[in-house]
Ligand binder design. Structure first.
Ligand SMILES: Nc1ncnc2c1ncn2[C@@H]1O[C@H](COP(=O)(O)OP(=O)(O)OP(=O)(O)O)[C@@H](O)[C@H]1O
Ligand SMILES: [Mg+2]
Length: 448
């Protein structure tokens, strides 16, 4: 028995035909759903994941042609085989005109059925794979993508690489700011010296100065010897000041001095040293706003913002999402020694339409999770994390109010983060209080 993991919906008003088809198809490993009418068939289609519909043409109430139309309008990637009562040319023409890929004339043999099913599903695989299976590497500087938005970033990297000017990289978290910083360094004439990343938000304030500028022996308790800081290590190369918005006002003054004089003072030393390096800074905050509020020095902002690169969020990069899915699926499958799976059209649509608050990093983690969790060679909607599946707009149900849709979305996000309201509020980009109030209101309106 071959292993097929596609799902097939069979619609025929004749119960005995349904039974025979079900037996034949399940024998070959397909998951089979049966319906005796188009109406109940549509219900199955709307509530499960179906790859192929086999429908009888002539049925007492609603004809199989309407099923074909419904599928064509609502499920572009579902294939259709039409069963016609007798080998009539008209029947076949009608079926094909309506959009059925194959037709079968009654009576047909098991082999003929399987052949038709194979043909139809092969087409399905072809157009699923047609989307992202091309292993064309659409990347520059190791940064994957070919959307107009990311191409602009490539342009900026190119410009920045040929100068030594300070660069400020902005963009939401997980968009690839550090990749951009590295790309600039490794394409500049400083590439043979070091690229030194410093997470300004991750180092305690009292240590940051000595970590950055180094210290001389005896300058504070525990300073048993003179030690170089990140600025000395980056000599000749690039220092990457990540999360620059997290630096204190005092540290900002010191950084400003380095930018102005190209000299640093080691902690405990009265003499400054000349440094030759490029500074690249990054932030996922709106630094201009922080300047306005008075938490970030305006003069330092302008010194950093000589060249500005804004890395666009993933949701603004169009089909780059598909290329990235392919890239990560390949990488994680190879790491796990698995065959790289294909993705069904519907699952790709859902992945593409998701909001991606965590951008490329979130996508990377999600694909890794999917590859680890799924053993099938085809990823379908049920294989996607619940958060994604539920954030897809509910089909056809256009009678829901905005509040109902919002309530459901919030519920799904909460589920995804195991009920952690702080995390949920962050994903939803609202504060905790707003979230609490919304939840309270939903409860109330449910009681009413
Ligand atoms: N275009 C891309 N192609 C391939 N991988 C990418 C791309 N963009 C980001 N990544 C990957 O996504 C992850 C996040 O990227 P990176 O650390 O550069 O983002 P970031 O903007 O610095 O995030 P944060 O603001 O959270 O510090 C990394 O694993 C990186 O390799
Ligand atoms: Mg980063």
């Amino acid at each position: 028995m071959s292993k097929n993991n596609e799902s097939i919906l069979v619609i025929d008003d004749a119960q005995n035909t349904l039974e025979i088809l079900e037996r034949w198809l399940t024998n070959y490993g397909y998951t089979v759903y049966t319906s005796t009418s188009v109406e109940s068939g549509i219900e199955v289609l709307d509530n499960t994941t179906i790859d192929l519909v086999i429908t009888d043409l002539k049925m007492p109430k609603v004809s199989g042609l309407e099923m074909v139309q419904y599928v064509k309008e609502n499920y572009k990637d579902v294939e259709i085989i039409m069963i016609t009562g007798y080998a009539s040319i008209e029947g076949a023409v009608e079926a094909v005109k309506a959009g059925a890929q194959e037709y079968l004339a009654k009576p047909f043999t098991e082999d003929e059925l399987l052949q038709a099913v194979n043909n139809a599903l092969e087409k399905l695989h072809m157009h699923v794979s047609g989307n992202i299976e091309k292993d064309v590497v659409a990347e520059e500087y190791g940064i994957i993508g070919q959307s107009p938005a990311i191409k602009q970033v490539f342009q900026s990297i190119k410009k920045a690489s040929v100068t030594s000017a300070t660069v400020l990289i902005t963009g939401e978290s997980g968009t690839g700011k550090e990749l951009v910083a590295r790309a600039i360094h490794y394409n500049s004439d400083r590439a043979s010296s070091s690229f030194v990343p410093v997470n300004c938000g991750g180092i305690p304030e009292n240590l940051l100065e000595s970590e950055l500028f180094g210290h001389v022996k005896g300058s504070f308790t525990g300073a048993n010897e003179t030690r170089a800081g990140f600025f000395q290590t980056a000599e000749g190369g690039t220092i990457f000041l990540d999360e620059i918005s997290e630096t204190s006002m005092t540290m900002q003054v010191k950084l400003l001095r380095v930018l102005q004089d190209k000299r640093v003072f080691m902690v405990g030393s009265k003499r400054s040293q000349k440094v030759d390096l490029r500074i690249v800074a990054a932030t996922n905050k709106n630094l201009r706003e922080i300047v306005k509020k008075g938490y970030f020095r305006e003069d330092l902002f302008y010194r950093l913002n000589v060249l500005a690169i804004d890395v666009p969020p993933l949701r603004e990069r169009g089909d780059d999402i598909l290329i990235l899915i392919n890239h990560f699926a390949k990488r994680f499958s190879e790491e796990l020694g698995k065959q790289k799976p294909t993705f069904s059209q519907k699952s790709l649509e859902i992945l593409k339409n998701y909001y991606w608050p965590g951008n490329v990093r979130e996508l990377e983690n999600m694909i890794q999770r999917i590859i680890v969790m799924t053993d099938s060679d085809k990823i379908k909607v049920p294989d996607l994390p619940a958060l994604l599946r539920c954030s897809a707009p509910a089909k056809r149900d256009l009678n829901r109010t905005l509040e109902e849709v919002e309530a459901e979305y919030i519920k799904n996000v909460l589920q995804h983060v195991d009920g952690n309201k702080t995390k949920a509020a962050k994903i939803l980009d609202i504060d905790r209080k707003t979230l609490r109030n919304k939840l309270k209101n939903y409860k109330k309106s449910k009681q009413n």
